[in-house]
Design a protein around this ligand. Sequence first.
Ligand code: FES
Length: 72
Amino acid sequence: MITAGPVLTAMLASEHKLRRSEFGPELRAGFCLMGACQDCWVWQEEGVRLRACSTSIAEGMRLRTTPPEGWS
Ligand code: FES
């Protein structure tokens, strides 16, 4: 289990993907890895959106790969 580093690293280590593309069935895994491309958006359970590549994992963090209902 990864306990430090970017959220993206932990998610790819456990799932080998970050999310599904919103435009088709393709799997996404981030692209630039430096906070510029916005391909790695994930959401905290409370609805806060964050970039997985530039956010450090934290104990107790609960994430989702799709926007919560009503998120805009
Ligand atoms: S991978 Fe490009 S912003 Fe995160």
